[in-house]
Design a protein around this ligand. Sequence first.
Ligand SMILES: [Fe+2]
Length: 463
Amino acid sequence: MGSLVLIVLVFVLNSFVMFINGGITSKYVRRLEGTLDMPLDSDVFHIPPGYNAPQQVHITQGDVEGKAVIVSWVTQEATGSNTVLYWKENSSKKLKAHGKSKTYKFFNYTSGHIHHCPIRKLEYDTKYYYVVGVGQTERKFWFFTPPEVGPDVPYTFGLIGDLGQTFDSNITLTHYEKNPTKGQTVLYLGDLSYADTYPYHDNTRWDTWGRFVERSTAYQPWIWTTGNHELDFAPKIGETKPFKPFTRRYRTPYRSSGSTETFWYSIKRGPAYIIVLASYSAYGKYTPQYTWLEEEFPKVNRTETPWLIVLMHSPWYNSYDYHYMEGETMRVMYEPWFVKYKVDVVFAGHVHAYERSERVSNIEYNVVNGICSPVKDLSAPVYITIGDGGNLEGLATNMTEPQPKYSAFREASFGHAIFSIKNKTHAHYGWHRNQDGYAVKGDTMWFCNRFWHPIDDSTSSDS
Ligand SMILES: [Fe+2]
């Protein structure tokens, strides 16, 4: 009888997951179907009514501390007003901020008027309303400022990468919005519109993407990481300035953290210190990014911001066949610092699937000693690849076999994740796959802070 129960138990376990070398490769198989961009006349791309109505409205953090917001929007017919009207909830005193606008050309495309307007000196933990399109077609939105930077303020981040604008992208965004654990800010892991997959990098797909995500980006900040699909480097059609559409359309507060380029920077938000790195800008020794990061890590005060999070596009630990080892050279340069400064978690995109690593490092190799395998390291971050927003390139389904020991969980599905910081010692993390129209929790973990509570928080028994 006992052996029968055991056999049934083994069968049940096996039907959900496959254990290889301690890691888990999920056996959930997503319905395989075409991943198509939503057509241009889709309702999610609709142009707001009214003359010169602001569209593609999005906000991001505008300084290091979280007391500023950059509001961006596009007006199509005319320049229109650069002013943002804003006010605190329950306050009748309306304030004004003034921004700037520009257009740009990309091959045979000319953009609308792209406005960027910083709003500064905001109060923490406050709901603000704001209006754009002042004097013409006005549109009103709202956002919450974060709590004052400090160690024990709970805060919840959403995680989305490689979103694109397919029907799957729409499901991912909807699931994020409907997640009962409400994300307050999105940490976006690069590759936004995938406009570069169209002939001549058809920049109207940058516009449609901006309109598609407005329902979230106008109401909460999205923290931007730059991916390879932001490069838009197309010398054959005379477009030789990398990142042109992205930099014209999306702002980051890079100057506030002493960075010299919009692609790498840092912010504090509530209990978190977030470092954004650039996989497609120079990062070797003596480069500006290297020098900046070298000086950045010692600035992180874990008493003030206990959680140290790093964002990048190209993952360092990735056991899918796609983009394999692309992040390797940056890993070689920076991983010793990640261990030294006890980064809690690294989020990356690029690979169109999901994967979570154990706490491992691989920093002993010195050419002659041959020590080049990842080893368990409780000072190391967990590496999470979440490039599974649902873009038109489809899923990465082929994995290297056997599953490497460092890989704790992997699954080729679309989805999003939530990183919910509870206090200075614990954060709850959950990845949600898009399963048949429902957001099903596919992978969860309680993170223990590496500085304040550096116990073994791995989820598999023999890691
Ligand atoms: Fe990518």
